[in-house]
Design a protein around this ligand. Structure first.
Ligand code: NAI
Ligand code: 15L
Length: 273
């Protein structure tokens, strides 16, 4: 049966806020969790991913988990270690102990951020698109933590039969705000479609997918996402003219433009806490 009760971690964040608005229309009852209070949701669980007892209680009785909580940008290694690496481990352990069957894990394009993107005229040939099994090339400690999360998911599938769809999200915001995002943008509505597919497709084992809309300037292969039943409806192209007029085309000589991960490849740690 399709999952009904779903724990959404990171519910106070940008993507969490979008998803808790959009996912109930698919019939889910969301249980919310975040380190911070979730605006407008007095019943949300306020807990740190470091708190194993709180996680155990939070996952008890849910059919599935959408795991968004964590540090979402580059940060000092120790912070990433605690929130994203140990935190994701703690969540998987809680899920295993409580018998949860399925997790949708918010991985990131930054797990493969040092992969050069296709150059030239879009739309790119299928053979030029970045395949899902491209070697991992994290562009940050942050991206490294997502790479770890994908491997953790594989381990929990192989050893414990806990299924995961790891979604290497591009940029999920209301609108694309950079020329790079024209290639990796995922509209919030497509984000909800993809998480719904990740929770309802059968026999996913551990499946890795890229998460974006059907952008004209797509850099990567969406076929593993489509195989889950994901049918993206949006395209960033209507934003292209304005963004290119404001920012210019991507310059392959500029290191912050040359790779999939964009400016992350040379961003310093900027997370404020
Ligand atoms: P965000 O930074 O707005 O939200 C993350 C949330 O996690 C925050 O509300 C924060 O309080 C919570 N959190 C952080 N550490 C925690 C801890 N130790 N325990 C409990 N909660 C904790 O990030 P955003 O944009 O909403 O992203 C959500 C997830 O999706 C993140 O895992 C991010 O890495 C991933 N992602 C997002 C993308 C996007 O375009 N928004 C792109 C690729 C990945
Ligand atoms: C991410 O992984 C970040 O969490 C998000 O804030 C965006 O910066 C996104 O990648 C991106 O690559 O645009």
């Amino acid at each position: 049966p399709a999952p009904r009760t779903v724990l959404l971690t990171g519910a106070a964040g940008g993507l969490g806020t979008l998803m808790r608005e959009l996912l109930p229309a698919y019939g889910y009852e969301l249980r919310l969790l975040d380190l911070r209070p979730v605006e407008g949701a007095p019943n949300a669980i306020t807990a740190d991913l470091a708190d194993k007892a709180a996680l155990r209680e939070a996952v008890r009785g849910v059919d599935a988990i959408i795991h968004l909580a964590g540090i979402s940008l580059e940060a000092p290694f120790e912070k990433i270690l605690k929130a994203n690496i140990e935190g994701t481990y703690n969540l998987y352990e809680a899920a295993r102990e409580e018998g949860v069957d399925r997790i949708a894990f918010a991985s990131s394009n930054h797990a493969v951020g040092f992969t050069p993107h296709p150059e030239g005229e879009a739309p790119f040939d299928a053979s030029a698109l970045i395949p899902i099994d491209t070697p991992r090339r994290p562009d940050t400690f942050y991206g490294l933590s997502k790479s770890f999360g994908e491997d953790l998911a594989q381990l929990y599938w192989d050893r414990h039969g806990l299924e995961t769809v790891s979604v290497r999200i591009g940029s999920c915001f209301a609108e694309p705000s950079s020329v790079r995002m024209l290639s990796v943008w995922m509209s919030p509505a497509d984000g909800a479609r993809l998480f719904h597919a990740a929770l309802t497709a059968e026999n996913v084992g551990h499946t890795v997918v890229y998460g974006s809309s059907a952008n004209t300037r797509l850099w990567w292969d969406l076929s593993t996402a489509r195989a889950l039943g994901y049918d993206p409806q949006d395209d960033s192209e209507p934003y292209a003219e304005k963004l290119i007029a404001e920012q210019g085309e991507l310059d392959p000589e500029n290191v912050a433009h040359a790779y999939l991960g964009g400016h992350f490849v040379n961003d310093p740690p900027i997370w404020p806490y």
